[in-house]
Design a protein around this ligand. Structure first.
Ligand SMILES: [Fe+2]
Ligand SMILES: [Fe+2]
Ligand SMILES: [Fe+2]
Length: 419
């Protein structure tokens, strides 16, 4: 595990897929824009290093639009300020050093060419890649999924021509006009068929992360998951720290504890597919709403599944609502089928959830926390040994949770301030 190497490309692909799950209107929007951007970068003859960064940036370009409402406004073109999500996305990404350039490409993905003024921002050059992603994004937004794509080409080219020089860099509009004479240019945008070899070969070794890189990156993921709502803004940060410390108390090795921290940051990844209304509902959920929530660990599992190196972390993360008695979800695993790491995660999740403020209730006092957790052991939901260790260290863990959530709260305020 020390020599663990995980592809940054593959994990960002999971994140892009997670974001796109939520809105049927834009299924695969990020992948579409990324594929089209890469095609344009290739047609423009840009160096391979640029092609890779442009692909990566396009894959996560709207990552700063956290709530579904915000993302929907972007598609509808009703967003109050198109730059807010671009700047927020850049802020999130640039805190991970290997993504600095990608972050700056994201920052300017809605900058107009404005007759050349858009080549710079306060004297700093804006890369062609940003203008290229902007163009690719607008093309994808214009496409109607129900209409034949080739029939839409004349309208799209007319729109690009109209905006040539104002919205879009003229050379890029010419590039689309030229490359767009070939049908495959358009058909590749809307078809997700196997055989995208060029991209796979290009991206495979984009940047290989070790476990500490993964800790840093998954912390950014946890912000993307949590910052959607003020009620969840600190949740994953708390769960991650509690799970890491609890794993240590249970006797996990140093590397396994770091893996547990990652699993904690990622455990609610599938919540990106849950609507804002359900996530923030202050009252009891209806059956439909509960069914929507119940799918979140399924999504976490399937999103991380393609990354073979993350298998153990995925199981610890995604099985956190499984129960020893087999009555959990979504796989109904029972007893030995639930690894110890997942039992630690389940206990950490419950402990953090009852200790924090939710839309429908205040934090529980310590005696109630103890009673709830003991009860969950008795009814076969949680592991008795893990809960005993947790309760034996309850004050330390409670403080740790508070400190970590306080930090996450500050990071949330800072995030909101950047726009
Ligand atoms: Fe955008
Ligand atoms: Fe959960
Ligand atoms: Fe959770």
């Amino acid at each position: 595990m020390q020599s663990l190497k995980i592809s940054l490309y593959e994990i960002l692909l999971s994140l892009a897929n997670a974001q796109d799950l939520a809105l049927p209107e834009i299924t695969l929007h990020h992948q579409q824009v990324a594929d089209l951007s890469l095609r344009l970068a290739r047609e423009a003859g840009l160096p391979l290093a640029d092609q890779k960064d442009i692909y990566m940036a396009a894959l996560v370009h709207d990552i700063g639009a956290l709530s579904m409402r915000e993302r929907f406004e972007l598609i509808e073109g009703t967003a109050f300020n198109m730059h807010t999500h671009a700047v927020r996305g850049a802020k999130l990404l640039e805190s991970f050093p290997p993504l600095r350039r990608v972050a700056s490409l994201v920052r300017y993905h809605h900058t107009y060419w404005n007759n050349g003024a858009g080549a710079k921002d306060k004297g700093c050059p804006i890369e062609v890649g940003s203008h290229l992603i902007h163009l690719a994004d607008r093309i994808c937004i214009k496409l109607k999924p129900t209409k034949n794509i080739l029939s839409q080409v004349p309208d799209i080219l007319a729109f690009l021509n109209e905006q040539k020089g104002t919205m879009f860099m003229p050379e890029l509009v010419d590039l689309v006009a030229d490359a767009g004479r070939k049908e495959d240019f358009w058909l590749d945008i809307t078809n997700r068929l196997p055989g995208q070899e060029y991209r796979q070969n290009l991206m495979r070794d984009y940047y290989l992360m070790d476990i500490e890189d993964l800790v840093e990156l998954s912390k950014i993921f946890s912000h993307i998951i949590d910052f959607r709502s003020k009620f969840t803004a600190r949740h994953s940060a708390g769960v991650a720290k509690i799970a890491e410390r609890l794993a240590q108390l249970v006797g996990f090795s140093a590397v396994e504890c770091r893996m547990m921290l990652v699993a904690g940051y990622l455990h609610d990844l599938g919540k990106l597919a849950i609507s804002d209304e359900v996530l923030e509902k202050p009252s009891k959920l209806t059956i439909d709403e509960y069914n929507e929530i119940r799918a979140h660990t399924y999504y976490t599992y399937r999103l991380l599944e393609p990354i073979a190196e993350l298998r153990t972390i995925n199981e610890w993360a995604s099985y956190h609502h499984e129960k020893l008695n087999g009555k959990g979800y979504p796989f109904h695993l029972a007893g030995d089928q639930i690894p110890l790491g997942a039992r630690v995660m389940a206990a950490a999740d419950v402990f953090t959830a009852v200790s924090e403020t939710r839309p429908y209730r205040k934090p529980m006092p310590k005696e109630d926390v103890i009673a709830v957790m003991r009860n969950m052991v008795e009814n076969g939901s949680l592991d008795g040994r893990v809960v005993d260790i947790l309760l034996a260290n309850i004050d330390e863990l409670h403080t740790l949770c508070l400190v970590e959530q306080e930090k996450a709260g500050q990071e949330y305020e800072e995030f909101l301030a950047h726009s």
